[in-house]
Ligand binder design. Structure first.
Ligand code: MV4
Length: 506
């Protein structure tokens, strides 16, 4: 039985994993880079080890360092979270060689699904619908032209080692086939060290709907229903919800069964996600499998009532799943908004920096998974997602109103965030009506960037309060006998606030 878990990650997901460990009586080990010395996951863990410079290649992506800390700390398992090493078969393999438990699927499942051509072949053999396309890689211009003739324009040329939108080329005209093939292959070679590409029919304006699966090591596989993830921008998800407004009870059963077949085809164990693209007529096609815990897993947890991290740990402990498919159901509606430190009005530019004030929303039906705090500086080196706001409602309408209420209460100052933009998404008629696909954000951008009824003025109050608290804390420290602090300036707090107000545009 696992007694100590090394969490090979940072940010909100590292904290979220450690929370489940704490409830299970499992000790936690954090690893951190130079930029993360004062990060929340370091403070939350029972032990923390420095693993290198801020660039993730020097720290969070270095398998040798992470294995070294696991050995040194006496951890018996490694949880990779999402991103970083989570879908590297090499880590799963290395854990096995070092007698450590990898909290995730087998190296074989990761590798099979990581190679998109192999994944497609495996799905076809398992009877899971895939997008019409080539079954093997396409190298020659002649083969590409022949394949497009058979599939029909438009098509997408995709890198076999790609995924998540990397290394794709859309081809609409016959004359562009050869140049796009060349571009896709060289981009794939440069990005992944593998120039294998395949060709698929282009599905216009699709929905992105994914199914959560969970499997133990004794042949039991279930799905935990779907998540609608079509609200995305440049392959980065922004809002997710479950159930999907597009889904019907019949299609849910059909796609859920397909997802279970997909997982079984690679002898999957642990938590995984089957991504489908779905057209308006509810035709669905396997796109890829994510062999990890996903960012948006909490909406499934809320509606199905299962802690997915605990289940991952139970599976890693060789336990049998404690529920059957027939015992699972969806209860109410959940929505997640990803809070990014970015400037929506400035082409969504990342906006790292010092957090001056945070007020998180509380109350019925609210979950806020974050990691930033007052005085924390968001590093420039990693993803700009700083928190996830998850709400539950008895139905979709209530969930949307609750999300609006929670976003209204959420105050972060010091850095620009996507909170106001998210509130506008909740107001957008296409979203309200549940009539949206992957083009939602680009289609609604003027509306989403326009002023709404979101109260963007009150953060100034919170920031003023934060500055006052910091000032009085500083003053009381000065008065302590043992204080090594020396007064830098003699000044009035009111002057500070007045000065900032004159220069800070909220
Ligand atoms: C597609 C597609 C249309 N047709 N494949 C984007 C991410 C990667 N996982 C695959 N992606 C797509 N593949 C075919 N044959 C459209 C997309 C796509 C997309 C998919 C899911 C979610 C958002 C998307 C945004 C743009 C394009």
């Amino acid at each position: 039985m696992i007694q100590k878990v090394l969490v090979a990650n940072r940010g909100e997901i590292a904290v979220r994993i450690m929370r489940s460990c704490r409830e299970m009586g499992i000790k936690t080990v954090a690893v951190f880079s130079e930029a993360d010395r004062s990060s929340m996951h370091v403070q939350y863990a029972d032990e923390a080890y420095f693993i290198g410079e801020s660039l993730s290649t020097d720290s969070y992506l270095n398998i040798d360092k992470i294995i070294g800390v696991a050995k040194q700390s006496g951890a018996d398992a490694i949880h990779p979270g999402y991103g970083f090493l989570s879908e590297k078969a090499a880590l799963a393999e290395r854990c096995e060689a070092e007698n450590l438990i990898f909290i995730g699927p087998s190296a074989h499942a990761i590798a099979t699904m990581g190679d998109k051509i192999t994944a497609r072949k495996t799905m076809i053999a398992a009877g899971v619908p895939v997008v019409p396309g080539t079954s093997d890689k396409v190298t020659s211009e002649k083969d590409a032209i022949a394949a497009v003739k058979e599939i029909g324009l438009p098509v997408m040329i995709k890198a076999s080692a790609g995924g998540g939108g990397k290394g794709m080329r859309l081809v609409r005209k016959e004359k562009d086939i050869v140049s796009s093939l060349r571009a896709a292959r060289s981009e794939a070679a440069a990005s992944f060290g593998d120039d294998a590409v395949y060709i698929e029919k282009y599905i216009d304006s699709p929905h992105h709907i994914e199914f959560q699966v969970l499997a133990d090591k004794h042949g039991n596989t279930v799905h935990l229903f779907e998540r609608e993830c079509s609200v995305q921008r440049r392959h980065q998800k922004v809002v997710e919800e479950t159930p999907s407004p597009l889904m019907t009870p019949e299609k849910r059963i059909e796609m859920g069964n397909a997802a279970v077949s997909a997982a079984k085809a690679v002898n999957y164990s642990g938590a995984g996600t089957i991504e489908f693209i779905v057209d308006d007529n509810l035709n669905y096609y396997f796109l890829e499998m994510n062999t990890r815990l996903q960012v948006e897993h909490p909406i499934t947890e809320r509606v199905v009532g299962i802690d997915l991290v605990k289940e991952q740990i139970n599976v890693a402990n060789d336990k049998v799943l404690s529920f059957k498919q027939e015992e699972l159901s969806q209860h109410g509606h959940a929505i997640e908004c990803r809070i990014y430190a970015e400037d929506a009005e400035n082409n969504f530019m990342p906006n790292p920096g010092l957090i001056r004030h945070v007020t998180e929303p509380y109350g019925f039906g609210i979950r806020c998974d974050g990691y930033v705090y007052e005085g924390y500086t968001i590093p420039i080196y990693y993803d700009s997602m700083i928190a996830k706001l998850i709400v539950w409602g008895d139905n979709r309408e209530e969930a949307i109103e609750r999300m609006k209420r929670a976003l209204f209460e959420y105050k972060i100052t010091g850095v620009k965030t996507s909170i106001r933009f998210l509130s506008r998404i909740m107001d957008a008629p296409d979203f309200r009506e549940g009539k949206y696909n992957t083009h939602f954000i680009e289609k609604n951008l003027p509306f989403l960037l326009a002023e709404g009824d979101y109260d963007g003025k009150s953060p100034q109050l919170y920031e003023d309060l934060a500055v006052m608290v910091a000032f009085f804390d500083y003053q009381s420290r000065l008065n302590e006998k043992s204080s090594k602090w020396a007064p830098l300036v003699k000044s009035s707090i009111w002057k500070h606030i007045g000065r900032r107000r004159a220069t800070t545009e909220m």
